[in-house]
Ligand binder design. Sequence first.
Ligand code: BGC
Ligand code: NOJ
Length: 811
Amino acid sequence: MRFGHFDDAAREYVITTPRTPYPWINYLGTEEFFGIISHTGGGYCFYRDARLRRLTRYRYNNVPADVGGRYYYVRDGADFWTPGWKPVKRELDSYQCRVGLSYTKIAGRRKGVLAEVLYFVPLGTNAEVHRVTLRNTSRSPKDLKLFSFVEFCLWDANDDQNNYQRNLSIGEVEKDGSTIYHKTEYRERRNHYAVYSVNAKVAGFDTDRESFLGPDNGFGEPQVVAEGRSRNSLASGWSPIGSHQLAVRLKPGEEKTFVFVLGYVENPVEEKFERPGVVNKKPARELLARFQTTEQVDAALAALRDYWTQMLSKYQVKSGEKRLDRMVNIWNPYQCMVTFNMSRSASYFETGIGRGMGFRDSNQDLLGFVHLVPSRARERILDIAATQKEDGSAYHQYQPLTKRGNNDIGSGFNDDPLWLISGTAAYVKETGDLAILKEQVSFDNQARNTATLFEHLKRSFDHVLKNLGPHGLPLIGRADWNDCLNLNCFSDTPGESFQTTGNRVGRTAESVFIAGLFVQVAPDYADLAGKMGFSDEAKRARHEQQKMEETVLQHGWDGGWFVRAYDFFGKKVGSKECRDGQILIESQGYCVMAGIGVETGQARKALDAVRDRLETKHGIVLNQPAYQEYHLELGEISSYPPGYKENAGIFCHNNPWVMIAETVVGRGERAFELWKKIAPSYREAISEVHRLEPYVYAQMIAGKDAVRHGEAKNSWLTGTAAWNFVAISQYILGVKPELDGLRVSPCIPAELKQLAIVRRCREAEYRIRVKNVGHLAAGRSARLTVDGKPVDGQLVRWAPAGSVVKVDCEV
Ligand code: BGC
Ligand code: NOJ
């Protein structure tokens, strides 16, 4: 069952009923100012940091879900309603929400009035623009009242929720014409305020929540709207809000458009006030002047569209299969951009106050983002590397505002350092910018302690080698990619954090996954060393890679698949010897991706075991059998009820590792089959089961042991976005940047007969035509001609900037 449809030409998903199974959201903003907006207008906005600079309030875990947002109430006689249905929930004659790239448009019609609200953040602007259009679709004149509404957050979203004895006394506002200024704490230490304005004369306003809603009402029944009479309240303490009232007279067929701006403004400390106690409004006025007319707004929207057209043009495919094309051309890169911007901070599953930027997460996000805006990827790599410690280890997270490692979560996730190699290698392949490797970068943000970025990569590589366990496999530390495999934790105290507790930091628990990751990044590291002229280092890396491969085959092979780990006591995790958790996905995917056992046959065996033991109709579960009881020696993985999250949930993040692995052994049919199982556009048809947005991936889909098998949770902010993009675009469709050229080696199923792919990279354009003649589904058999000339192998050498290169490929 669907709750809308894709409109590919407009690059939109069109939701046609407000009664979706869960709030379906979108993101506004591309640079520093961001908003989250649901299909009914719920959500909030912030400047740079969702915790520390939150402009509007949002109550997570609310009942019902998703109330509170930027709302526009239409009052028509005694009747009043909201175009997004919520919060008033008066039945609409029609409803539509168009989820676009960095904008959302919600339109509702009731009793001869159509109201449409477009929400977006213009490029280069620290504000949301809300373009509200009212149209009289009836045969008689209408005398309407339009009420706007936002509720201000007192900036620090965490403090805003827990320090009421203070907060209920500090709220302050100013009102000037049609503009409301929220200036709580501005008098003392802040030099920023929020502004909410409309480009029309107001008939009334409110800035105090209780005056607007009435003491006993929610957002669905504001007293002011019900009575049609603003109170012109000036908030003093309690809860500041912004509400404008506009009187709108419409002849039959007539429409009027109003532009509301909700923005963030900073003043230099010495220019904070215009006169004592009165905020300096100059920068606010400059901001508002840019959005006074609908023409200005339309131009800003067009610029945003062009920005996306340009970005998406880096990789475009035409396959004749719409569900595939829309994921690759539109929605998957879009989600990659959002994860790059947000990391794991603010969604409808992340509260925006909890997590900083992950070292591992951010590096992986780069894999799907780097081609979109390489310059921002470069900056990000240098930021991440500057948090690395001298011994090569990493803070697990860092704070976006300070860019410093986060001591609360600390260090010791032993996979972390290696991801810096993956992220950097992806960037250099995309851009050819070897100079980044020579940049001086601090350790632990200490300005005086620096080394080249290449040296940071070396420390990452060596961190693994310096931390090997009894079998010669990498020590897992606190955990590896699977945050919940806590082999040194031994936590039996309720409430203790699995992420930070290390009750028995030992040097015995080892990870086969990290070994696979090591073998997979070693060639990249060696190649980069080679490019730097360090041929001995390159040789050493290849030697260590080979040694690790042998160790995995010797100690990490369980007969039918790869072992996952050795626990504190040296017992196997993910082995036929175990009762539960006999096989785990991560080591199968990563070891095969790294090429381990491809020649000797273990690789195929491991993938067959994944198919036979882990695959379901909704994707591949993380482990089987699910852990039925809590294992002190395994930690959080066994704390989840069977079928959810890391305990046998379908982790959409690691499914693509298996897809890629299938292409490594040349099984394109399998790879594509697995991709389709979790790709949102394919799951759209079962939206009543999946329940989350059909245009983006969720982190997890409940596994077969769960009561709600097939139901997704935690959409948007997940490494799933980047990895699925890598799997489909680089391995299945098979167009992958490498240091010396573009590798073209599709590994596709018979159902994809022809592909036309345009890839823009390093200032040149590659027009690739793929004919699937042999239906071999095996990448390495691709035959290429480049500009009409047959070439050996599958590498198309980088062409000079400005060239257009024609590549014909037969598989
Ligand atoms: C979740 C993981 C997550 C970790 C860190 C755990 O509870 O299951 O998926 O990475 O918390 O926040
Ligand atoms: C979510 C975390 O953000 C990611 O880094 C981790 O790898 C997965 N959970 C698996 O535990």
